[in-house]
Design a protein around this ligand. Structure first.
Ligand code: GDP
Ligand code: CA
Length: 321
């Protein structure tokens, strides 16, 4: 398979991609990255998911944390705190800030985000073509309870980082998506792909947000290539993060078969579940999606590579069928 396209969020997408490269050493890998988590803070444009993919594949990631830079320091954060600058809940590291300065400067000079991302990747050499899902501004908002008994929407970062996903979420809104356009190269990559993969990224606020950009869902559904996804849930719970909470917010149960049915056979040809969820296989297959149970824990690079190999194998099976 020469051309592989992956729809990726942050850590789940990035770690999977790090396994995919050695699993398909000759392939041209295009990543369509989620930008719904992007936020403007301290005058800077921050793209957490694009940066997690770029740093992870480029060797600059803080490995245990899964986001931000290795060997990071926080002098700027301390100085901002000394001025009483809000918000204090989003901690940017000094090295990371340099990335955001370059990005913000280039955007200010008129370059689209896709060109800026390409420029940043010239340094990191991630070994994949990293495209933002759109050059337009899309922001994922989460609907939560308001103090007056009503409802209010907060930016996804506020829900996740400040509130730690500890308050009920009643809805997820990709603000701006309806008028956004796919970034240059996105639709072409999907049309020309030999295989399309959904890594174990968050199905709602990562892959769901990418699919909410008009034209992308249709391009995945209409692509000639087999589409194979890997479950981010194992035994009914996310491996890390809040996928269960944001699934509940859109009325989808936190189990792997429900996630597969949520994507549906229009999008998915194949779905990988963990061995713990082997009993979900018949249910997923009944929904018209080919399903296998294989180890899905990315405990190290080899494990991620084995998962990528299984995904490519299932894609081959779909193609042959
Ligand atoms: P985020 O933007 O940083 O939240 O990253 P993603 O959306 O790309 O990935 C988050 C999802 O990855 C979560 O729902 C996790 O359950 C899932 N995830 C993280 N590590 C693993 C793993 O080792 N195996 C599987 N199957 N899923 C994982
Ligand atoms: Ca994210």
């Amino acid at each position: 398979m020469r051309r592989i396209v992956v729809l990726a969020g942050g850590i789940g997408g990035a770690r999977f991609l790090r396994g995919l490269r050695p699993a398909a050493p000759d392939a041209e890998i295009t990543v369509i990255g989620n930008t719904g988590d992007d936020i403007h803070l301290f005058g800077l444009k921050i793209c957490p998911d694009l940066d997690t993919v770029m740093y992870t594949l480029g060797g600059g990631i803080h490995e245990e944390q899964g986001w931000g830079r290795a060997d990071e320091s926080f002098a700027v954060r301390e100085e901002l705190a000394a001025y009483g600058v809000e918000p204090t809940w989003f901690g940017l590291g000094d090295r990371d800030i340099a990335t955001h300065i370059v990005r913000t400067q280039m955007l200010g000079a008129g370059y689209p985000l896709s060109a800026v991302t390409e420029a940043l990747c010239a340094r990191w050499q991630p070994g994949v073509k990293l495209l933002p899902m759109t050059d337009d501004r899309v922001e994922t908002h989460v609907v939560i309870d308001a103090p007056d008994g009503g409802r209010r929407a907060v930016h996804f970062q506020e829900y996740w980082v400040r509130l730690r996903a500890a308050v009920p979420a009643h809805g997820i809104v990709p603000v701006g998506a309806e008028t956004a356009a796919p970034a240059p190269g996105v639709l072409q990559a999907l049309a020309e792909a030999d295989v399309i993969l959904f890594p174990p990224s968050n199905p709602v606020v990562s892959i769901g947000t990418i699919l909410s950009v008009p034209g992308i869902r249709e391009a995945v559904a209409g692509a000639a290539a087999p589409v194979v996804g890997l479950s981010p849930l194992i035994g009914g719970a996310p491996v890390r993060g809040m996928a269960d909470k944001v699934l509940a917010a859109i009325g989808v149960a936190a189990d792997t078969a429900a996630v597969a049915r949520h994507y549906g056979p229009e999008l998915l040809d194949g779905w990988l579940v963990a061995p713990q969820d082997a009993d979900a296989v018949p249910e997923v297959e009944k929904a018209g999606i080919r399903c296998r149970a294989v180890p899905l824990l990315m405990s190290d690079r080899q494990a991620a590579t084995a998962m990528a190999g299984q995904a490519l194998e299932l894609a081959e099976e779909v193609r042959a069928a």
